[in-house]
Design a protein around this ligand. Sequence first.
Ligand code: GTP
Ligand code: MG
Length: 261
Amino acid sequence: MEASMPKRKEPGKSLRIKVISMGNAEVGKSCIIKRYCEKRFVSKYLATIGIDYGVTKVQVRDREIKVNIFDMAGHPFFYEGTAQLCCLIVVWRITPVTSEPQVRNEFYKDTQGVILVYDVGQKESFDALDAWLVEMKQDLGPHGNMENIVFVVCANKIDCAKHRCVDESEGRLWAESKGFLYFETSAQTGEGISEMFQTFYLNILDVCEHGGKRPATNSNASFTKEQADTIRRIRNSKDSWDMLGIKPGASRSLFSPACLS
Ligand code: GTP
Ligand code: MG
């Protein structure tokens, strides 16, 4: 499956896109969306029940984009099956528009953009990002193709510097090795939020204007998978031996030019 084509794609005409938020409970998904759409921050935790749905309009370059935002609950309770999950859609509207809500049985289908959020002070929420991608891939099925979906990773709650345990390089490496956008954000202070959404929508527009395919020049990947794996292995090494991938006490002869050739 390719990222679905916009209904109208002539320059200057409006587009309709679907974006979804994903990530563990309490990482700040709803607050990021609220900060951008309503310019406010709610410090009290109000867990999303099922999915919150909203519609907003944004202007990107010469295009008006109608964005259907599906803000998902991160609690595992809601992920026993997407069918049950769709029964729990709560509809809200950011700006009133005349379009009808687009609620589908296969929840992840026809998504043009994903906001993938973790809390920089909660390692589990970062480690869980892979599982979120697996969940999406499973839902899209064997013919599903996530390559043309724009993903943005939000390393959220950067205002809580004292509790930070996932540093920028680790988050950025994970995101960029997958070709995803990466932003450091704080829904509380607003840092990084507008920049993140602007870049996210620009990238989605680029994909839509290229017939639902990611333009060749639009690759955000800084590392190949092999390079990223090597960097990750080095970062996780317990000592210099481990870093070099050799056993403690290995002799110098191992490094002779003959051995390396
Ligand atoms: P679920 O709906 O349960 O999946 O959670 P969520 O990911 O939508 O989290 P939500 O946006 O409801 O935020 C959870 C808690 O974190 C709330 O108490 C927010 O006030 C707080 N929070 C969200 N973003 C930030 C942030 O950038 N900084 C700080 N300090 N707190 C934040
Ligand atoms: Mg929420």
